[in-house]
Structures are given as structure tokens and as C-alpha cells.
Design a protein around this ligand. Structure first.
Ligand code: C2E
Ligand code: MG
Ligand code: MG
Length: 670
């Protein structure tokens, strides 16, 4: 038995003894109460027995001696002689201690020992004279009127005497019966009763002790199970964050005492949600269980491993000269192929870690820093990163933003601004692009480049896109005539495209907002498509089949292969604004723009130039045959209310204002 088990065993025995002792108290009390009531009962039975003995004597021996006259009229010598004979016999054989006869007024008329003749009349005697029988347990000569030495216990009885042909009440019999023989008689039964009581109580004690012990054991076991469950992850059976926190704390304490270092790492699986979404939760669960088992098998005591929930694990490694070697091994273990539902799967992981005491000594702070490092590893796709305060390429404040954004979506801090897209030939606004902004309570209005790239690293981008989609379609639905042909563009991220069911969500959002699919354009960057071209193409096709238009955003800045372009179900190319802004001064950019427009038209795509800031740039773009333009020249992105006012204004005299050459275009609109 280990020392810990030994201590547990001893404490269990101590608890058992305490339980036994505590339970003995009520049992003993019950024993006393019952024994007391038995004794009371025995006395009652003793008196009853004395009473019946007295009655028997009165009826069979005394009443037949009397001639029927009241005893107040002096007993005849014959009666006296007979009475003396009788009392001699019963007193001598010890069955009676004293016998007196009294008249109905209570005066003693006969006494076997000559006592009591001039005594005060007792109440009991008078009660018996009225027909009652009074019996009590007392000591011989203990009445106040008695003179002799107080003797042993007796039953003192007063009862009426009936005599004569009419059985009239003639006097009172006062009798003292020795209690010892009666008690012996009664106690003979009482002894048995006491024995049975003792056996019964002992059995009751054993039964109650057994039940309490059994119930207690079950409760203790349940408490143990509950404690275990509260500290362990149900899926992998690994410690959860709570237990991990405790383990890390005690390991840090231990290490500090010995002057050793402790490594705390956070491991996060990459793209695990996609596995979950594609293969189902069961497969995802199996993968997590297997990974947990693998990692646990590799670690040695006193290292510890925990699952924080989702696809995140925590590790505490004690005293390693180079923790990265172990972490690299853990990462390899995760990456090693696993067969789930007959499919060979392999996942990558990003690991962030800290080393105490160099990076800190507080578990909460260390975990937070390891988390920051993990995000960095994920962002940079660098695999394993140690938190480094001196490196400034990540900013904890930025990460806080991600956390805050979740709340921001729920509490309505996000707003949409809209930027018009103008058709050069038709000289009118054909659509708007929705661009999200965050009205941050302390940092003011935040532009998407401050938070979108961060959010895109997390699943929060799903919530954000869903919100933008709903809001943009709602706003569009509300615009009403004369803008019923206006379309809206929504930017979506690579992560959205990789999500199973994303296209269906978009189609459902259209249905809920009662907006025809043709009025929605989704803008996807080349990079987003290239992250997983096959899945992106599938998701885009599902949307285009429903009527949604797809636009390739920032075209020219990525590396879409031309072959790929012809296969994708797209309707629009948006030339990256870097080529447009200086298109009038940079002939190379002008050439690129011209080529993209030509390419787009060959593929029967609409081509948009975004970032048109000057009339000069617009002139060049117009000569390339580009279809639509978007840029500060026309309007900056603006809130819906402003957009409506702007649209009203330009629609009053659109042909003039938008007519080429645009020298007449009213810059006050900007
Ligand atoms: P984008 O989709 O390419 O949007 C065009 C960006 O160019 C917008 O920046 C717009 O304000 C800016 N822009 C428009 N005309 C001009 C111009 O003439 N000159 C210059 N210099 N800039 C111009 P914004 O609003 O800051 O958005 C930046 C990027 O953030 C967007 O680029 C888009 O990739 C992303 N974004 C915006 N809203 C969302 C959204 O709801 N979801 C996602 N996933 N991304 C979004
Ligand atoms: Mg865009
Ligand atoms: Mg763009």
C-alpha cells in the first residue's frame, strides 16, 4: 500500500469508528427509555398482582368469617378468634406482613399485630370505605401514622369488605403484602424482556450501522465521481483547465523550491473545425481522444497534460534544458497519421510556450502569454513559438481585440458602410460594397484592417460574416424603390469558404431577407480561393447555382493561375487598387490593368476598377474598357443613411454628373 493509500485507509477507519460511536448514543438512549418503561410496567403489574392476591384473600378467607354486621359494631369473639387464626397462619408463612380491618368510618377494629388502633384515619381507608380499592407500592411502616421501623418493600392495599346475605359493605381490609415474591415473579418475565430488548437493540444497531456505512460509502463514491468529473474532460478523460491550473501551480511551487524551470505550453490544432465539419463530430471526437492518448503516453511524471476544450491542449513540462525538443516531438506525434472512420487523417498543431521563472511565475499570466505565443505560431504558421516580450511583431492588445469582438457583435458595435460601384457605360450606380467598421467604445471607429486579419485566424470570422451578410441584405431589402435593382457586395474570407454549409447559410440569409440572389455579390480574394481551391470552387458553385454573383477581389495581387480562373464559377474581377491608384502615372500598371480587363472580357466577366481617386485615373481606366469603377472619386464608404441621401442626389441628374469626360463631375459629393 502506498503512503497515500495508507493514510486514506486510516482515515476511513477513523471515520468508521466515529460513525459507530455516534450511532451508539441514540441506541443506548433508546435502551434506557425502553428499560425505564418496562420497569414502570413491571411495578404496575406488581401492584395488579398484589391487588388480586388481596381480593382473593378478602373473598375466600376474610369475608366468609364475618356475619354481615358493619365492623363498627364490634367484632364477635368468634370472629376475632377466627381472624387471629387466619392472620397467624398467613403472617407466619410470610405471605402477609400485616392485616387490619377497619370500620366504614376508617377506625381500626382488628389488627394482627395490635398496631394502628388509635391512629389518625388515612384517606385511602376512607376511599376504600366508599367502595374503591387503593393499592400502592411502599415500604413497611413508612406511613406517617406508623410507628414501627421502616422495613422492606410492600404492596399496601385498602379494599372494601362485603359480608352477610345481602353482601353489604361492612368495612375495609387493610393489607400489606411483601413485595419481594411479587417482584421476583414479575422480574422473571422482565429479565427475558430485557434480554430480548438488548438483542433487539444490538440488531438494530448493527442494521443501522450497516445501512449508514453503505449509504455513506455510496455518497463518498458519488462525491469522488463528481469531483473527478468536475476536473476532467469527459471526452478524453484528461484533466480539464481547472485541474491543469492546480497541477501547474503545484509544479511551479515544487520547481521554485528546487531552483528548476517549468515549461507551460498551449497546443492548438490547426483547421480542426474543418475536420469536424467535414467528417462529423464523432470522427472529430475520435481524433481528439487518440491525440490525447498519444500525448499522454509520451509524457513522464510529473509532467501533466490537459484538454482545455475544443481542439486546445495544455502541457506542463518540468525542468527541461531544451523544452522545444519535447514540444517538437509532441507536434510530430500529433502530425503522425491517424485512421479515423477508415480515413487516414493528419493534423498540424500550433504550439505556444513559456518558461517559468524567466517568463513569469503566476500561472494565469503564464497561460495568457503561452496563449499569445500560440496565436503567433498560428499566424506565422511557425509551429512552435516561445513567448518573447522583446519581439514586437505581435501585440497582446490586438489579441484582446479578438476577444472583445465576440461581445461587439452581440452588442451591436459593428456597423456597415457602403461604397457605390458605378457603371461607366450606363453612367449610373449599379451596386454598393458593404465594408464593416467597429465602433469601439474606447478606441473609436476601427477600420477592418485593424481587426479582420486577426479575426480571420479564428472561428469568430463565421459570426462576423454571418452578421455582415444579414445586415447588408436587410439594408438592401429596406432600400426599396427606386433602388430595387441595386446589388450589394459582401466580402467573405477563406475560412468561410472552407466551412461546410456556408453556401446554404448564404442562400438562407437571402430567403430570410427576401432579396433575390442576383442582387448579392460575394467578394473573395484570390488568396482565399487558393487556400483550398477545390473546396472554394464547390462552395462558390453552390452559390452561383442559386444565382449569387461571385467577384474575385484584389485581383492581380495574388497568384491565381489563369487555368484556375477559367474553372471557377465567377462573374466579376476586381482589379487590385494598387494598380489603379497611379494608373495614370504608372504605365506598367496601366498595361496590367488593360490586360486584366481584356482577360476578364475574354472570360465574359465584368471587370471592376477599385481605388479610383482622381479624374485622371478614371480617364485611363475608362479607356481600357473597364465596366465598373469604385473609389474615393465618387464616394467614400458611408453609413446607410448617408448612402440613401447620396443616391437620391446623384439620381436627380445622373447622366450629366457621370457623363464622360468627367471633368464636370461634382467633387463636392466626395
Ligand atoms: P476590399 O474588399 O478590397 O475593400 C476595398 C477597400 O478599399 C476598402 O477599405 C475601401 O474603403 C478602400 N477604398 C475604396 N476606394 C478607395 C480609394 O479610392 N482609395 C483608397 N486608398 N482606398 C479605397 P476598407 O473598408 O478599409 O476595407 C479593407 C478591407 O477589409 C477590404 O478590402 C476587405 O478585404 C476587408 N473587409 C471589409 N469589410 C469586410 C467584411 O465585412 N468582411 C471581410 N471578410 N472583410 C472585409
Ligand atoms: Mg471587397
Ligand atoms: Mg479589394
Amino acid at each position: 500500500m502506498s503512503p497515500a493509500n495508507g493514510a486514506l485507509h486510516q482515515s476511513a477507519i477513523r471515520q468508521l469508528v466515529a460513525l459507530g460511536a455516534v450511532m451508539l448514543v441514540p441506541i443506548i438512549l433508546l435502551g434506557f427509555v425502553l428499560a425505564g418503561s418496562y420497569r414502570g410496567e413491571a411495578n404496575q403489574r406488581g401492584l395488579a398482582q398484589g391487588r388480586s392476591e388481596a381480593l382473593l384473600m378478602a373473598r375466600s378467607a376474610i369475608q366468609p368469617l364475618l356475619d354481615g354486621r358493619p365492623l363498627s359494631q364490634q367484632l364477635t369473639p368468634l370472629e376475632l378468634a377466627r381472624l387471629h387464626n387466619l392472620t397467624n397462619a398467613v403472617v407466619t408463612n410470610g405471605s402477609v406482613r400485616r392485616l387490619r380491618l377497619r370500620s366504614l368510618d376508617g377506625a381500626v377494629v382488628f389488627s394482627d399485630d395490635g398496631s394502628g388502633f388509635r391512629q389518625k384515619v388515612e384517606d385511602e381507608a376512607l376511599a376504600a370505605a366508599r367502595g374503591q380499592t387503593v393499592a400502592r407500592l411502599t415500604r413497611f411502616n413508612s406511613d406517617v401514622v406508623d410507628k414501627g421501623r421502616v422495613g422492606s418493600q410492600v404492596v399496601e392495599i385498602y379494599m372494601p369488605l362485603y359480608a352477610g346475605a345481602h353482601r353489604g359493605r361492612v368495612g375495609v381490609l387493610e393489607l400489606y403484602l411483601p413485595y419481594t415474591p411479587i417482584r421476583n415473579d414479575v422480574n422473571a418475565g422482565l429479565g427475558l424482556l430485557y434480554r430480548n430488548l438488548a438483542i433487539g437493540l444490538a440488531l438494530l444497531y448493527v442494521a443501522l450501522f450497516g445501512i449508514s456505512y453503505w449509504v455513506g460509502r455510496r455518497l463518498r463514491r458519488q462525491v469522488k465521481i463528481n469531483t473527478y468529473q468536475a476536473e476532467h474532460d469527459a471526452l478524453t478523460d484528461l484533466p480539464n483547465r481547472t485541474l491543469f491550473h492546480r497541477q501547474a501551480k503545484s509544479e511551479l511551487l515544487r520547481a521554485t523550491k528546487r531552483g528548476e524551470s517549468t515549461t507551460i505550453a498551449i497546443i492548438d490544432l490547426d483547421r480542426f473545425k474543418e475536420i469536424n465539419d467535414t467528417l462529423g463530430h464523432q470522427s472529430g471526437d475520435r481524433l481528439l481522444t487518440e491525440l490525447g492518448r498519444r500525448l499522454a503516453a509520451h509524457l513522464r511524471a510529473p509532467d501533466s497534460l490537459a484538454r482545455f476544450g475544443g481542439d486546445e491542449f495544455g502541457v506542463v513540462l518540468s525542468d527541461l534544458s531544451d523544452p522545444e525538443v519535447v514540444l517538437r516531438r509532441l507536434r510530430e506525434l500529433i502530425h503522425t497519421e491517424i485512421e479515423v472512420s477508415g480515413l487516414p487523417l493528419s493534423v498540424e498543431a500550433s504550439i505556444g510556450y513559456v518558461v517559468a521563472p524567466d517568463d513569469g511565475t503566476d500561472v494565469d499570466e503564464l497561460l495568457q502569454l503561452a496563449d499569445v505565443a500560440m496565436y503567433v505560431a498560428k499566424n506565422d504558421r511557425s509551429g512552435i513559438v516561445r513567448y518573447d516580450r522583446s519581439q514586437n511583431h505581435y501585440d497582446a492588445a490586438k489579441l484582446t481585440l479578438v476577444t472583445e469582438l465576440r461581445q461587439a457583435i452581440a452588442s451591436g458595435q459593428l456597423v456597415l458602410h457602403y461604397q457605390p460601384k458605378v457603371d461607366i457605360d450606363l453612367q449610373r450606380v449599379t451596386g454598393v460594397e458593404s465594408l464593416v467598421r467597429w465602433e469601439h467604445p474606447t478606441r473609436g471607429l476601427l477600420f477592418p484592417d485593424r481587426f479582420i486579419p486577426l479575426v480571420e485566424q479564428t472561428d469568430l470570422i463565421d459570426d462576423l460574416t454571418a452578421w455582415v451578410m444579414r445586415q447588408a441584405l436587410d439594408d438592401l431589402g429596406r432600400l426599396g424603390p427606386p433602388f430595387e435593382d441595386l446589388s450589394v457586395a459582401v466580402n467573405i474570407s477563406a475560412r468561410n469558404l472552407g466551412r461546410v454549409g456556408f453556401a446554404a447559410q448564404v442562400i438562407q440569409a437571402l430567403a430570410e431577407a427576401r432579396v433575390p440572389a442576383e442582387r448579392l455579390t460575394v467578394e473573395v480574394t484570390e488568396t482565399a480561393i487558393m487556400a483550398d481551391p477545390v473546396r472554394a470552387a464547390a462552395a462558390l458553385s453552390e452559390m452561383t447555382d442559386a444565382g449569387v454573383r461571385v467577384s474575385i477581389d484584389d485581383f492581380g495581387s495574388g497568384q491565381t493561375s489563369l487555368g484556375m480562373l477559367s474553372k471557377l464559377p465567377i462573374s466579376e474581377l476586381k482589379i487590385d487598387l494598387d494598380f489603379i491608384r497611379d494608373v495614370d502615372t504608372n504605365s506598367a500598371h496601366a498595361g496590367i490593368v488593360r490586360s486584366i480587363v481584356e482577360l476578364g472580357h475574354h472570360l465574359e466577366l465584368t471587370v471592376v476598377a477599385e481605388g479610383v481617386e482622381t479624374v485622371e485615373a478614371l480617364s485611363v481606366v475608362a479607356t481600357t474598357g473597364c465596366d465598373l469603377v469604385q473609389g474615393y472619386l465618387y464616394a467614400r464608404p458611408m453609413p446607410l443613411v448617408q448612402l440613401v441621401a447620396w443616391l437620391d442626389e446623384v439620381s436627380v441628374a445622373p447622366p450629366v454628373k457621370f457623363a464622360l469626360p468627367l471633368s464636370g463631375f461634382n467633387r463636392t459629393l466626395l
